[in-house]
Design a binder for this molecule. Structure first.
Ligand SMILES: C[S@@+](CC[C@H](N)C(=O)[O-])C[C@H]1O[C@@H](n2cnc3c(N)ncnc32)[C@H](O)[C@@H]1O
Length: 244
């Protein structure tokens, strides 16, 4: 009979832990897929989104959604830009809000000019592993729709946990042109989900967030006869004492 390693023997004795390990391993494998995919896109300068006018529209939407009340007078507003890519939006948000902005990404591809006001710092890592102080504004511009479907609820819960009471979330996704959640798997294994508004709203409403605004942004791009848009949504976290 073959000898099991100590770890394998432990897992054999505890199938629940084995299952949890398998789930973690699958998540880690998908994360490597996303990293490799985006690394190639940035290296080949295919990151058309970075300087596209559609991103400026998301930035303006995020600036308008940033909370104006409940800010701590003793420190600058805190912003977290999840999946910040090259960090351009992180820097603009820092500058325009005079904020202490953190850009977070799986890849260390940030190469943006430092903001003239506020501060922009960058952190390499996975969003679900990220731990930090609660923020006034969390921006997720084009990151959620690349995650596995089974990770969306955890993603939304982690987003909620990082918002201070009364804080704002801005999330921008590929808008589904036919009202269905549809998957567009790239050849390299990365997911591109097209999402209807009600699905995104339900995901964050389940965490107690209240919808506060929406903006459809034309990508001026047709694919398989479909006219594609982004959808930016904003949400507010409940204030202390408000029902969740
Ligand atoms: C479409 S790009 C958008 C970049 C940036 N927000 C912008 O609009 O210029 C998505 C980014 O999310 C990052 N990303 C994807 N999954 C992530 C995760 N789980 N944690 C952190 N970053 C992630 C990718 O590396 C990529 O840079």
């Amino acid at each position: 009979m073959p000898q099991l390693s100590d770890r394998a023997a432990q897992l054999a004795a505890d199938p629940a832990e084995y299952a949890a390990d398998a789930v973690d391993a699958e998540y880690a494998a998908y994360r490597r897929t996303v990293e490799a995919s985006f690394r190639e896109w940035y290296a080949d300068s295919r990151d058309s989104w970075t300087h596209h006018v559609t991103n400026e529209r998301v930035t303006h939407f995020a600036l308008a959604a940033a909370p104006t009340t409940g800010l701590d007078p003793d420190r600058p507003p805190r912003v977290l830009d999840v999946g910040c890519g090259r960090g351009r939006q992180t820097a603009v948000l820092a500058e325009r809000l005079g904020a202490d902005a953190t850009g977070l990404d799986l890849l260390d591809v940030w190469d943006t000019v430092p903001p003239a006001a506020g501060t922009a710092r960058f952190h390499q890592g996975d969003f679900l592993d990220y731990r930090g102080p609660a923020v006034d504004l969390l921006v997720d511009n084009g990151c959620l729709h690349h995650q596995r479907r089974e990770d969306w609820p955890g993603w939304a819960a982690h987003t909620r946990a990082l918002l201070r009471p009364g804080g704002s979330l801005v999330v921008s996704v590929f808008l589904s042109p036919d009202g269905e959640v549809s998957e567009h798997l790239l050849a390299d294994g990365r997911h591109n989900w097209w999402l209807p508004e009600d699905s995104v709203t339900a995901l964050f409403a389940a965490q107690g967030l209240t919808p506060t605004g929406r903006l459809e942004i034309d990508r001026d791009f047709a694919y398989q006869g479909l006219h594609l848009k982004y959808l930016a949504l904003s949400f507010a976290a409940p204030l202390d004492g408000e029902a969740r």
